[in-house]
Write a protein that binds this ligand. Structure first.
Ligand code: PGA
Length: 255
């Protein structure tokens, strides 16, 4: 089963709308000579989505657009929140859901992640659902059970058609923004366990289609090692996604 490699940039709380437009144009320039079969996605902050979406459309860029979060309701009195249908209106393709920073600083739980995952599908987009363990969890050898529970809860209640489109980003929290990474083999072990969990929920054929990304200090120097692993179908990239040249090098490593 061939799964298309996916490299997604999570710009976090960086870039104004103008800076985002420049970054996506630089990226398009760098990638103009690239003809590999890799899906490229950029994830600006909410305020940059419209501008970046317009650049992608007007310049006919082969690039997907991701938002970094959303609410699960389609509208309502939720000051400061953004509904999935507002993102669809900006031609957003993916929504990153349950990033560890949202879980840690904004009270995201497996339950809210699941509500958001379902809401993203209902609106016609695809979630990039993030899971991953703390260093304490890893040290106590509980990574598998912890991540399995995140997947079981976060991806519950989907139709098989929805489940097979799911993107899961395995991001060990201790590897995010730290320069530390698990070995590629260990990342693959968790990615395989994630796929097996989806298989137990929705059946092996669905699990074979689900893409599992690795995230956490992915750089041009280490990307190829992760991409060589059979259950790693790409990367969710933070810091290295903010520079066109390093992000492009990671995309090239995925072909
Ligand atoms: P990093 O972030 O690549 O800067 O470690 C990854 C992420 O948080 O998605």
């Amino acid at each position: 089963m061939e799964r298309r490699m996916l490299v997604a940039g999570n710009w976090k709380m960086y870039t104004t709308a103008g800076e985002g437009a420049v970054l996506v144009q630089d990226l398009a320039d760098e990638l103009s000579s690239f003809d590999g079969d890799v899906e490229v996605v950029v994830g600006p902050p909410f305020t940059g989505l419209k501008t970046v979406s317009t650049v992608i459309e007007l310049d006919h860029l082969e690039m997907g657009l991701a938002a970094q979060d959303c609410h699960w309701e389609s509208e309502g009195a939720f000051t400061g929140a953004i509904a999935p249908r507002m993102l669809v209106d900006l031609r957003v393709d993916y929504v990153i859901v349950g990033h560890s920073e949202r879980r840690e600083y904004f009270g995201e739980t497996n339950e809210t992640v699941n509500k958001k995952v379902k809401a993203v599908y209902s609106a016609g987009m695809v979630p990039i659902m993030c899971v991953g363990e703390t260093l304490a969890t890893r040290d106590s050898l509980e990574t598998d059970s912890f991540v399995r529970d995140q997947v079981l809860a976060g991806a519950a209640g989907l139709t098989p058609e929805q489940a097979e489109q799911l993107v899961v980003a395995y991001e060990p929290i201790w590897a995010i923004g730290t320069g530390r990474t698990p070995t590629p083999e260990s990342a693959n072990d968790v990615a395989r366990m994630i796929r097996a969990t989806i298989g137990a929920m929705y059946g092996p054929p669905v699990a074979m289609k689900v893409r599992v990304l690795y995230g956490g200090s992915v750089k041009p120097e280490n990307a190829r090692m992760f991409f060589a692993e059979p259950d790693v179908d790409g990367a969710l990239v933070g810091g290295a996604a903010l520079k066109a040249d390093s992000f492009t090098d990671i995309v090239r490593a995925a072909q």
